[in-house]
Every structure is written in C-alpha cells, then in structure tokens.
Design a protein around this ligand. Structure first.
Ligand SMILES: [Zn+2]
Ligand SMILES: [Zn+2]
Length: 301
C-alpha cells in the first residue's frame, strides 16, 4: 500500500496548507479519501493520474473534507471521462452534487454512482477479490464515518520441494494455494500445511477524521498496520475538543495504543499551531510509533 497525503490541515486552505485529502494505492486501486478544496491541484502536483480514480470516500459534509468534489467531478467531465465514478459518503452528498450539476446544466458524460451512508454501525461498503472497505462510525458535529481499508487473506505459497516429494499432480497446485488438502498420485491425502506456507500478511489502513475521542472504534481498527487519527488540538486546548468534536494528539495516541496499531499518523491540525513537532511529542508520551502527516508526504507499508 502507498498513501499520499494531499492535504492534512483543518478548516481552510492556505498558501502552503491544504485541507483533508489522501490517495491510497492498494492492489491496483487508487482510492481517494476525502476531497477538500484544491484537491485536484494537489493531484496534478503529485502526478496522480485522474483516470485511475474510480472510487471516492467522503467522511462527512464539512467543507474542508468535500468542497473539492464538485470541481473534480467537473474536471473529469471536461477531460471526457467515460469510466464510472463511485462516491461513498453521508446521505445528502447526492443531492448537493446533483443540484450543482443541474443548475450549471453540466451533466457528466460518465456514470456517477452514489453510495449514501446512514448507518451508525460499521458496514462493508466495497469489496472485490482482494480488498474490502468498511465504515468506521465516528463522533463529530455532523454524521461522519472513517474508513477501514483491508487486503483479504492472500493465497498460500507452495513449498515446491515438499510438493514434489509428496508426488502431487500439478493440476492440484491451484487447490493447494487456495488452502485445500489434496490427494496425491498414490491416492494418499496430503495435508495442505505440510506442503504450503502462509502467503504475505494482508495489510490494513484505517482513516479516522473528524472525531472526538471515541473508544468504541477500537475493536474495528484493532491491529491495523497504519492508523490515521485526527489531532486537531494539543492538550493545552483540550477543552475545545468536546465543543468542536475534535481530538487532541494525546487522545489519538491513546486510541492507537488501545487498538495496538503498527503506526499512528497524525493530521487535521488546527492552523493556530506553528510547530507540528509538539503534536508528535505529545502523542509519543502515550504511543511510540508516531508520524506527522504533511502535505505531499508519502507512506509505504
Ligand atoms: Zn475537518
Ligand atoms: Zn468536520
């Protein structure tokens, strides 16, 4: 997986800071996660091919997370896109988008397929042979979901020496990689584990923004390789958290620790802070593996 941070600040775009948007490359997919104002400029800057984006996941309908969407949809139209575009987001995202296209008399020449979300429980919203995407219900001022991106368990790997020694017909190799026991040329049942080994460990990424501290997401994101959790504030402004329904760096780190994740990425910083290192320092008092998101930064995992 490769994650590119297009923007990671809260509230408003500024000269050097963009609002929330990320691109996750996973098994040939190019998933766009949130689409703050200016996202298409960031996509161009980071040379991400527009036509590879087929699925856009929107956490909630605050402007810093989706004001770039109508611009991107419009640009796709001008580029004479033909491929379907799937948009996953809160109920209302279809209405607000269609209204703008209608008033501008600028209907797209490709299919826009909306998947509107209303559930307060985690649900599967996308699946193919290799990848699953689940919602992560969050607690914010408006209806909000994070998203959990998971690779499925991969094929097992053949231990070629053991397979040959066991006298198994090559026609059964596919069954072996799928995890089945098979019968060898002599009619004997061969246990799968005796001739195969586990494939690559599936990777997972959880995106959680915007939200106040919400401990009941922990079972959903347990053991993910990478967790992005918003940290709008430092503890010295913790009193603003419940009012604006955002988290502090310490709270993000506490969630990371409880969920026993591999790495915590921090972002959605309030623009009141000049020194981002303070976010990392504060989080590391609770959890070791912390990285700061910055616009344009990439993470491979
Ligand atoms: Zn926000
Ligand atoms: Zn918000």
């Amino acid at each position: 997986m490769k994650l590119t941070i297009l923007g990671c600040y809260s509230a408003t775009p500024r000269t050097l800071n963009n609002t929330t948007s990320q691109v996750l490359e996973i098994n040939n997919h190019m998933f766009l996660i949130d689409c703050g104002e200016g996202t298409q400029v960031q996509l161009r800057k980071h040379k991400i091919k527009f036509n590879r984006i087929k699925h856009i996941f929107i956490s909630h309908l605050h402007g810093d997370h989706f004001f770039g969407l109508i611009g991107l949809i419009s640009t796709f139209r001008l580029l004479t896109r033909e491929a379907d575009l799937h948009i996953y987001g809160p109920k209302g995202i279809k209405e607000v988008t269609i209204m703008q296209l209608k008033l501008a008399d600028s209907w797209t020449n490709y299919n826009l397929i909306f998947h509107e979300l209303t559930s307060d429980s985690s649900e599967l919203v996308f699946e193919d042979e290799k990848v699953e995407v689940f919602t992560i219900p969050l607690n914010h001022r408006v209806y909000t979901n994070g998203f959990l991106f998971k690779e499925k368990e991969g094929d097992r790997k053949l231990n070629i020496g053991a397979v040959e020694d066991a006298n198994i017909n090559v026609a059964y190799y596919r069954k072996l990689t799928q995890g089945f026991d098979v019968v060898n040329e002599a009619g004997k049942t061969i246990k799968n584990e005796s001739v195969t080994k586990a494939g690559l460990k599936p990777k997972s990424y959880a995106f959680c923004s915007d939200t106040m501290y919400k401990e009941d997401i922990v079972p959903i994101i347990k053991n993910v390789d990478v967790l992005y959790h918003e940290s709008t504030f430092l503890e010295k402004h913790a009193h603003l958290g419940p009012k604006t329904k955002h988290s502090t760096a310490k709270e993000a780190a506490t969630i990371a620790k409880l969920a026993d994740v591999g790495t915590l990425l921090l972002g959605h910083y309030s623009t009141r802070y000049d020194n981002l290192n303070a976010f990392k320092d504060e989080a590391q008092e609770v959890f070791d593996h912390v990285e700061l998101c910055e616009d344009g930064k990439t993470f491979d995992f």
